[in-house]
Design a protein around this ligand. Structure first.
Ligand SMILES: [Zn+2]
Length: 138
């Protein structure tokens, strides 16, 4: 009896320890994927902004003609704008994803099924009517 108790206890303990570990790993993994994409864009942004800074510096030192400077600067500005746009898109799509997932789960909660026997409304997940016990066909 004691052995059985110990076995159950250690099993439950092991499950309690391992369950959050596995869950954490899963969310961590998705976080890493998002972070890589995000980091890549952030790094790109840093590089472009650094290049613009260098360009400005070189122009101030008189290494570039005004014409060259304007041309290269315009190209870099366009590049920076594209990266900013990508970052913005990533941010908004992430928000949108979460929003859609929230809306869908809210819809699932709200959706009901009418009982064919008594017409009572039951949650979509019910197999039998809570009012009369009739089977809910779908
Ligand atoms: Zn019913």
């Amino acid at each position: 009896m004691l052995y059985l108790f110990c076995g159950i206890l250690s099993g439950a303990l092991l499950a309690a320890i391992c369950a959050p570990l596995f869950r954490k790993e899963e969310t961590l993994e998705s976080a890493i994927i998002e972070e890589t994409e995000w980091d890549l864009l952030q790094r790109k942004k840093e590089v472009i902004l650094g290049n613009i800074q260098d360009l400005d510096f070189e122009y101030k030192c008189g290494k570039l003609s005004s014409e060259d400077y304007q041309k290269i600067r315009a190209e870099m500005n366009a590049e920076a704008a594209a990266v900013f746009e990508q970052i913005e898109k990533l941010e908004s799509s992430k928000d949108l994803d979460a929003l859609i997932r929230r809306e869908i789960s809210a819809r699932k909660d709200r959706s009901t099924i009418a009982c064919p026997s008594c017409g009572g409304k039951n949650p979509n997940t019910n197999k039998f009517c809570a009012e009369c016990g009739a089977e809910l066909k779908r």
